[in-house]
Write a protein that binds this ligand. Structure first.
Ligand SMILES: Nc1ncnc2c1ncn2[C@@H]1O[C@H](COP(=O)(O)OP(=O)(O)OP(=O)(O)O)[C@@H](O)[C@H]1O
Length: 246
């Protein structure tokens, strides 16, 4: 079976099955530590973190400012690598990869959404072209009809030909979610995805994420927002870089 057969958001975004060979968890961390060193100090951002990110769920990372949420998200997104411990994404061991290996894995298996919706999009492409480009970069090209069907699913029917500047912040973030899930990455990571959105827009983005998680996408979100917590299937709670119980 090729990499992309059975893709949930390729030929038929609604009904295609989850690939049988997929690993049980979208990602795992085992004994992970991360310390930032500057000329004058070292800051331990993560300390002995062991966790599993399930498929088909929304996992929300919570904790006070400075507790290590963004650091954890960057490791799961294969942007950074830990100093100690193991990180696995889509069944591949990330901590042994160099920057180029992480970039390759990230390109295929991870979507990372920034807080500011516009930063997730290219200003010169319309919505359908953004989705198709994201799929192609992931090595899983989709037809225009497939891209439009995904946009419809995210409540962007009739917006396929619009450029980011012609979309509201909430519409831009839903387009970013469409680009995030197309081509079946193992993990969609979003740091404070509703921080820049008003209540109505945030609710539409979160409803889209909830719907897509039910269809098989693994989301990992960091947030202080109660609306985000309301759609969580599970939590990762951090304090001073360590996991804490609820
Ligand atoms: N590049 C860096 N260099 C030095 N220290 C860093 C760096 N990035 C993060 N830190 C420190 O690591 C710790 C964890 O930071 P991190 O950004 O992961 O926390 P956070 O929980 O996401 O915080 P916030 O909720 O404020 O965004 C903090 O003490 C922070 O100051």
């Amino acid at each position: 079976m090729s990499d992309h057969e059975g893709s949930r958001f390729a030929a038929d975004p609604l009904d295609a099955p989850v690939p049988a060979a997929a690993p049980a968890a979208a990602a795992t961390c085992r004994g992970v530590g991360k310390t930032y060193r500057t000329a004058t100090e070292s800051v331990t951002a993560l300390d002995d973190v062991t966790l599993s990110i399930p498929r088909a769920q929304v996992t929300v990372v919570v904790g006070p400012s400075g507790s290590g949420k963004s650091s954890l998200l960057r490791l799961l997104a294969c942007i950074d690598s830990p100093d100690t411990g193991e990180v696995h994404v889509a069944g591949q061991r990330v901590d042994r990869l160099g920057a180029r290996g992480r970039r390759r894995l990230r390109q295929r298996q991870v979507a990372y959404l920034f807080q500011r919706p516009g930063e997730n999009l290219l200003p010169y492409l319309d919505a359908v072209a953004q989705v198709r480009l994201a799929a192609s970069l992931r090595g899983a090209p989709v037809t225009e009809d497939d891209a439009v069907a995904l946009l419809d699913r995210l409540g962007l029917a009739g917006r396929a030909g619009h450029h980011p500047a012609q979309l509201s912040g909430g519409e831009q973030q839903r387009l970013a979610v469409a680009c995030g899930v197309v081509g079946d990455p193992a993990l969609v990571v979003a740091d404070e995805p509703t921080a820049e959105l008003d209540t109505a827009a945030a609710e539409l983005v979160l409803a889209a994420m909830e719907d897509l998680a039910a269809a098989g996408v693994a989301f990992v979100l960091s947030s202080h927002d109660p609306r985000v917590m309301a759609i969580a299937d599970g939590f990762v709670r951090l304090d001073h870089g360590r996991l804490v119980d609820a």
